[in-house]
Design a protein around this ligand. Structure first.
Ligand code: HEC
Length: 102
């Protein structure tokens, strides 16, 4: 029994977070996590707070994609986010989709 259950559990545990892990890895690789954390404010707002703020706002995604790439401020405090030219539009869209699902 032990022999059979362990690999099954392992497979389930590894498969489920795989998608969101890939996006988190992208956020780490693009340096977003230097200023952001999922559930705690660092330099920038926690991604959970961002998700809560824009929940149900259908126009949020394109605005946030543009803001990530161009930078900007005035929404969460006095500190501005610098531009992030290292992310292309597709990557920024993927990151926003991931952030808004937190
Ligand atoms: C140098 C620090 C820094 C880095 C690096 C950074 N951010 Fe930010 N981010 C901020 C700050 C500060 C704000 C708050 C800006 C404001 O008040 O409008 C912010 C705001 C945001 C917001 C919310 C914008 C809004 O208008 O509500 C999102 C989404 C976001 N960042 C995503 C990202 C992503 C994705 C990356 C990586 C590509 C990234 N950030 C990299 C500092 C940073």
């Amino acid at each position: 029994m032990k022999r059979c259950v362990t690999p099954l559990l392992l497979a389930a545990c590894m498969l489920m977070p795989l998608v969101s892990m890939a996006d988190q890895a992208l956020a780490a690789a693009k340096n977003c996590l230097a200023c952001h954390n999922i559930d705690r404010k660092v330099v920038g707002p926690a991604y959970k707070d961002v998700a809560a703020k824009y929940r149900g706002d259908k126009t949020a995604t394109p605005r946030l994609v543009a803001k990530i790439r161009e930078g900007g401020g005035g929404v969460w405090g006095v500190v501005k986010m610098p531009s992030n030219p290292q992310v292309n539009e597709a990557e920024a869209t993927r990151l926003v989709t991931w952030i808004l699902s937190q």
